[in-house]
Design a protein around this ligand. Structure first.
Ligand code: QAP
Ligand code: CO
Length: 171
């Protein structure tokens, strides 16, 4: 069983703007481990702390096939972006829905790793897309915000109905 519960759209807590991490300590590393367990269990390729109702600027990602390339980004900042790429994106907080989203193809990102070491990394492809998606979560933004209001409303109503049925004990 994963330790953490993932908030689902349209939960208003997903709109919280996360605050910077002040210290990278063992307590934070325990949260990071729980986030990886929750992400791998789902299974997913990225998870932001916001999605587990912890409003700190922290995300985890692993886009590898073998699930052996974990990334932890604490207080991430994008220094540079270029190019455009379109990806069929999903989100653990919007289960069952996938849409094509445009993002930068390449980013240079600065962050602290799980040891609190300052890193600058050039990333492209799916990992770059995933980091941008997860960084949006830290600002209370979801991929559905890039869609038309009609599409977003349709997704919201379907998930609200699912949540209602689950609460009633159906399904
Ligand atoms: C973000 O999303 C991402 O609907 C991470 O039923 C996704 O890990 C960035 C998932 C794609 C770029 C491309 C979604 C699992 C996982 C679902 C995820 C679902 C089960 C989403
Ligand atoms: Co997401």
């Amino acid at each position: 069983m994963p330790k953490l519960k993932i908030l689902e759209f349209p939960d208003p807590r997903l709109r919280t703007k996360a605050t910077p991490v002040q210290v990278v300590d063992d307590e934070l590393r325990a949260l990071i481990d729980d986030m990886f367990e929750t992400m791998y269990d789902a299974p997913g390729i990225g998870l932001a702390a916001t999605q587990v109702d912890v409003h700190k600027r922290l995300l985890v990602a692993d886009v590898s096939i073998d699930k052996d390339a974990p990334y932890v980004l604490i207080n991430p900042e994008i220094l540079e972006k270029d190019g455009i790429t379109v990806t069929d994106e999903g989100c653990l907080s919007v289960p069952g829905f996938y849409e094509e989203i445009e993002r930068a193809e390449h980013i240079r990102v600065r962050y602290l790793d799980r040891d609190g070491i300052d890193i600058v990394l050039d990333v492209h492809g799916l990992l770059a897309v995933c980091i941008q998606h997860e960084m949006d979560h830290l600002d209370g933004k979801l991929f559905v915000d890039y869609l038309s209001e009609v599409k977003r409303t349709r997704i919201r109503k379907k998930l609200e109905k699912e949540h209602r049925l689950l609460a009633e004990g159906v399904a």
